[in-house]
Design a protein around this ligand. Sequence first.
Ligand code: XIL
Length: 364
Amino acid sequence: MRLSNPLLTAALLSPATGQLHQLAKQAGLLYFGAATDTPYQRERAPYPESYPQYDAILRDPNEFGQTTPTNGQKWLFIEPEPRLFNFTEGDYVADLAQETGKLLRCHALVWHSQLAPWVESTNWTAEALTSAITRHIRAVAGYYRGRCYAWDVVNEALDEDGTYRKSIFYNVLGEDYIKLAFRVAAEVDPAAKLYYNDYGIERPNSNKTAGAKRLVKMLKDAGVRIDGVGMQAHLHADNHPSAEDLIQTSKGYAELVKEVAFTELDVRIKMPVNDTKLEWQKEGYQKVVTACVKVKACVGITIWDFYDPFSWVPHVFEGQGASLLWFEDFSKHPAYDGMVQTFKKLIAQQSCKKKRRGVTGVGN
Ligand code: XIL
């Protein structure tokens, strides 16, 4: 038998047993997705022997209906020198999305981190930085025009207390850089949904959540288009927001923008792993599923990769890890079945409601 078709190869390696995207759709979401990085790079570099099994899961359209490049479209990699653009890494994930019929969330146009060193080290005038940002967005969003379901236009512009982060962008341009980024993105790729994306904005009453709402209002007051708020949702197994909190927060954003999404979900564990912590983790994942399904404006959930060895968590948060759904040996965390159960329960509740409405004739 010839195995030249990569999709066929993937299907044979692992019979299409994926369920998450399939169930998410049935529950009314647009997608359940997983972000991914370029092979042989960063966290993926030490594990090439796991790629065939990894790819079979990633490519399964019933498991993941959406993907995001975890790194490939960031300024550091895509415009490493002024006017020198390298789309190789971004293209890897964009092409994979196209081949496997997944929606692509594009990430991230303006961000203080993983910024090209030349942007950080230049002594900018306001005018020169305005042109550099404009040129960057025109080139990158222009290159991917029509392929991104959504763009994270500005990422992590807020400090923990909800005030603006004092990034190079803010220090030179103030909040005008945020307006500029959204204006240019809207001009370049009118069909992409334009998102503000941040972490720690998942709880309804935090200063940072208030800051995110202020930021959105600021754009709207200036007549600048913003379509969505992305809650990264890098959560902790031993302390995560309740489903009610996530619902309240999402609804709060939905009063201001058309859509919200959970864009970088992972639930980290203080190592070592044990059954209790895996149970807490499962609850964290389930709460996000419940919240997204129950809030009409929530379009989908993206996990920040799915295979523990490829996760960013242990590299950044000492002593923490196992934050995703597949262990190193490709067995699944309890959180996987936990989410499957939650989706099924919510789907059953929805069809009961529909039936009841049908019988009583009360529809809305
Ligand atoms: C992470 C990547 O996953 C890592 O590979 C990289 O080394 C650091 O960045 N918030 C974001 C993401 O918006 O882009 C970050 O991704 C995780 C935190």
